[in-house]
Design a binder for this molecule. Structure first.
Ligand SMILES: N[C@@H](CCC(=O)N[C@@H](CS)C(=O)NCC(=O)O)C(=O)O
Length: 287
């Protein structure tokens, strides 16, 4: 494990919430990620399922581990949870900190192809290749490589969806809180995709969950989408879950859309339903 440095470790619900840092070869910078080891990991003689959690705009690896209360459910189910950061850090590209919805903390889990972003902004390859493999290698005594799921929030909810749809079989279970569902149709998505990929919209569809699901040809998958009814970004048509549901129905991909009355876009919504999401993932990963 010499490529990892331990940043912090706190006991919670019988397990350990850790943060590690490492030098990322995809992003060409030092990155933090969180790792929750449930009590069942102690002793290292049993292989446990893993859930990746991808955070939203403005977040680091800290928001989910401090605000959602997920550790109670990860401990109950015996699931390891990995939380990457949301963009490369400290690489200083001109304009990278000018807005909260592009650049730093807004990597959108895509691989940029447009200069100057294409050298570092490779969050898709970072999450789905580098970190995915690193976790299996560094924690091989407790990680079951056959039982890996993914979830996320907002930009990260979309990241979870596209990571699953673009890499059939890599993640066995997927769910999302208030995900951006059809970025090519919303202001956040069009800004990010123009910036990272350029103006050619034929490239954007390769990174859009609603478009990708129409072409999905992998193992059977059920999508769980959780959406607060008074979420400002939902009301502003940034998220568009109905478009994803319609696309799923058109091709027969099962989708569950939970519309939660009175909940907003914040971690109060996530904390309220994270237990249900762990139940959903556990049912699939432990089947
Ligand atoms: N900065 C934005 C809000 C950004 C936002 O809501 N980010 C969500 C993800 S899209 C989040 O998780 N924020 C961090 C937090 O709530 O801890 C604003 O002021 O309107």
């Amino acid at each position: 494990m010499d490529q990892l440095s331990l940043v912090s470790s706190n006991k919670i619900f019988g397990g350990y919430q850790k943060v590690y840092s490492h030098q990322s070869s995809e992003l060409k910078c030092k990155m933090n990620f969180s790792l929750y080891l449930p009590p069942q990991a102690e002793g290292g003689d049993v292989k446990l399922p893993v859930i990746f959690y991808l955070s939203g705009l403005t977040c680091s690896e800290q928001n989910f581990i401090t605000k959602s209360g997920f550790q109670r459910y990860a401990a109950d189910h015996g699931i390891i949870v990995v939380g990457p950061d949301t963009s490369p850090r400290g690489v200083k590209i001109p304009g990278d900190d000018e807005s909260w919805d592009f650049g730093v903390a807004a990597g959108f889990y895509v691989d940029a192809t447009k200069e100057p972003w294409s050298t570092n902004y490779r969050m898709a390859s970072y999450v789905n290749k580098e970190l995915y493999e690193l976790i299996q290698q560094a924690f091989s005594n407790v990680v079951d490589p056959e039982r890996i799921g993914i979830m996320g929030h907002s930009m990260g909810g979309h990241g979870a969806l596209i990571s699953t749809l673009r890499n059939p079989g890599l993640y066995k279970s997927v769910s999302a809180f208030a995900p951006i569902c059809n970025p090519i149709q919303g202001p956040w998505g069009t800004k990010a995709l123009t910036g990272y990929l350029g103006d050619d919209k034929s490239k954007w569809v390769e990174w859009d969950a609603t478009e990708l699901v129409k072409k999905y040809d992998g193992p059977p998958l059920t999508l769980l989408i959780d959406q607060g009814s008074i979420d400002q970004f939902y009301l502003d048509k940034q998220l568009l879950p109905e478009n994803l549901v319609e696309a799923c129905r058109s091709v027969g991909v099962p989708v569950i859309l939970k519309l939660r009355e009175g909940y907003d876009h914040s971690y109060y919504h996530i904390a309220s339903y994270i237990g249900e999401h762990f139940d959903f993932h556990a049912k699939i990963l432990k089947a």
